[in-house]
Design a protein around this ligand. Sequence first.
Ligand code: ADP
Ligand code: MG
Length: 328
Amino acid sequence: MGEFDLIRRYFTRPTPHAVLGVGDDCALLQPRPGMQLAISSDMLVEGRHFLSTVDPAALGHKALAVNLSDLAACGAQPLAFTLALALPSADAAWLEPFSQGLLALADAHSCELVGGDTTRGPLNICITVFGEVPPGQALLRSGARVGDDLYVSGTLGDARMALEVFRGTLSLPEAAFSQARQRLERPTPRVALGLALRGVASAAADISDGLLGDLGHILQASGVGAVVDADVATNLIATRADISCASGIFGLEKQREYALAGGDDYELVFTAPASARQAVQAAAAQAQTPVTRIGLIEARAAQGPAIRLVDADGQRLDLDLPGFDHFG
Ligand code: ADP
Ligand code: MG
């Protein structure tokens, strides 16, 4: 199978919305009049972001999901994406499920594959997504204000727990592992929530590198600090009941670490004024996505960390939990 065969067979699809899709030197998009384009790229590298043994269909899903998650964080409606792919070989047994996993998620969000690049090399997947948002309505990291509530969507920590099982540092009960593995391999981009939060949230980011790390980006961009209830956040581990039943697997300290700094959650962390509590709940209901209030935005202390962690009793916690830094 040659390069162009491969592109035709696996990556050429009808594009009812794009003016021109795969096949020419450029794709052509026509954003609706007056709309702004939201653009984001994410690269997945074998060994760094996924293991060689991962199911190709799950990998296709995840490669697009992590990009859609960035659009969600901005409150943008997905339109189209490009796919730059380095492959060790043209292997139909890999390409077939990979493209199916990828394009099923694309179809679910009406996000059209309009172009890309294909080359031989170590497995590497780079997607660029394009979305649209009305001018001035994109959710930014810089809009958090002192007194705002702090929220997170969905669940936290399970993806990291599955990763630790694969790394051999952790064992989980079977049911908990398969649930956690879904979160690691098939994350759900919170696109509907991002759209519903336009005009409601004051700032937002998606959680790829752990709650505290990505919250830190909001605090930095907004020039504020935050207090986070670590126990409320830790309760958002979806498999927590299973873990706690199978006592002795790991304790509260580890659970806190996975929830607060686990990574690969692809949830949204966002802020909104206290006056918008009902509107936040309405957005969550509309998007059918649970959201939980986990803290409060406060003035940034002159010294010390931007995030204060407290437990359920309001007692200060000193945990050393840096966000995941690829060059750290
Ligand atoms: P060029 O040489 O002009 O960059 P290519 O020969 O690399 O174009 O690609 C031919 C067409 O196939 C282009 O329209 C390009 O966007 C598309 N394409 C290449 N690889 C992919 C891919 N992995 N997924 C989708 N479209 C692709
Ligand atoms: Mg090319």
